[in-house]
Design a protein around this ligand. Structure first.
Ligand code: N2P
Length: 365
């Protein structure tokens, strides 16, 4: 009798626990750097028992490089609607999202989802996570001190060589991504931002080479965010929320670094980052559960409050911190979006030209 109890009462539960531990599901997430509130991941882990392994990238080039090698092992990726997500949809490299597992899908803004349906008809493969623009981060305190009449306009303040020359001493930078920088340069030159014309790309290269001697760095967007927050860089071309997040960090540090975000008034590069599941994801069920968790208004409000990018869940708006909700650089007014353009998906030939151009720009010749 005592023996039976030893087996049934002590050993069996222990064995069961060990088996459960071995079967613990791990969700492999590959997301942009500085792009989530870690407390949201902790809550997901707590509520579902799924453990999250979280890796980051800071450019679409890095994400695409990782995925093209195949068998990435990731369950969740966050590619921009164009070009990366569009390419993955076309290559059948994504799993259709099972909406029966994602009841909070209903929270997504239909108008915004319609904008990405051009590359994903019926929104079968992706849900918008966050979105934003490309523009200038400006260290206002330094620029004002150096040049009180500086024309605070994006992207002129950086792309006009005479402006760059004048401000070079305070630290200029362009994020390291041909994909997310060239559309802004082409639009500034009055060209089609998605042009694949060799002559247009040559003009963009000339424009970049003209300011190249004045640049202090061409860092990844993640490193650039840190450099802006510390005050080391005073004008930079990068993603909207990265600047606004850096501004919040700088303010909290209280060392007088005052950052502002300038969006090109003539038309900004507008982008949408998509939650997607690779076709060979090892844990699709856990991936759907994660997407569902993120699409709850409470999760999205916490994420937007933290990273300063707008989301696509309108019910999260009333839950945001007031300063975030009312910041027109975070949630741009409709009028500012009216001139915005979304990047296209260059074909292989154009892609080759663009990446060669970028290599020459980085090398400075
Ligand atoms: C996060 C940058 C994500 C925006 N740091 C690029 N789509």
């Amino acid at each position: 009798m005592r023996r039976t109890c030893l087996l049934a009462c002590l050993l069996l539960p222990a064995l069961l626990l060990a088996r459960l531990a071995a079967a613990e599901t791990v969700l492999n997430v590959y997301n942009w750097s500085d792009y989530i509130d870690p407390a949201v991941i902790a809550r997901f882990e707590q509520q579902t028992g799924i453990r999250v392994r979280y890796d980051v990238y800071d450019s679409l080039e890095t994400l695409e490089g990782k995925l093209s090698a195949g068998r990435s092992g990731y369950d969740i990726i966050v590619p921009t609607s164009e070009p990366s997500f569009a390419r993955l949809v076309r290559a059948k490299a994504l799993l259709p999202l099972d909406r029966s597992r994602i009841p909070h899908w209903r929270n997504l803004d239909p108008g915004l989802m319609q904008r990405v349906a051009a590359v994903d008809p019926g929104n079968r493969f992706g849900a918008i996570y966050l979105w934003g623009t490309v523009g200038l981060g400006v260290r206002l305190d330094r620029v004002r001190a150096l040049w009180p009449e500086a024309p605070l306009q994006a992207p002129d303040l950086l792309l006009r060589p005479e402006n760059a020359a004048r401000l070079a001493g305070c630290g200029l930078a362009v994020m390291d991504s041909a994909t997310d920088v060239l559309p802004t340069v082409l639009a500034w030159l009055g060209k089609d931002p998605n042009s694949a014309e060799p002559a247009d790309l040559r003009a963009a290269e000339q424009a970049l080479l003209a300011i190249r001697p004045h640049l202090r760095a061409i860092p990844g967007s993640g490193a650039l965010l840190d450099m802006l927050a510390s005050g080391e860089i005073c004008v930079a071309l990068t993603y909207s929320g990265d600047v606004i997040q850096a501004a919040a960090r700088a303010k909290a540090a209280g060392r007088g670094v005052e950052l502002g975000y300038l969006v090109p008034p003539g038309g900004a590069h507008l982008w949408f980052d998509m939650l997607a599941v690779p076709a060979d994801a090892p844990h699709p069920e856990a991936a759907f559960a994660f997407i569902d968790f993120l699409l709850q208004p409470e999760s999205m409000a916490a994420i937007t409050d933290k990273v300063r990018y707008p989301n696509a869940v309108p019910a999260s708006r009333p839950l945001l911190a007031e300063a975030v909700r009312e910041d027109p650089t975070i949630y741009p007014p409709e009028a500012a979006l009216a001139h915005a353009f979304v990047a296209g998906t260059p074909g292989q030939g154009a892609e080759r030209l663009r990446s060669r151009l970028w290599t020459r720009f980085r090398a400075g010749r």
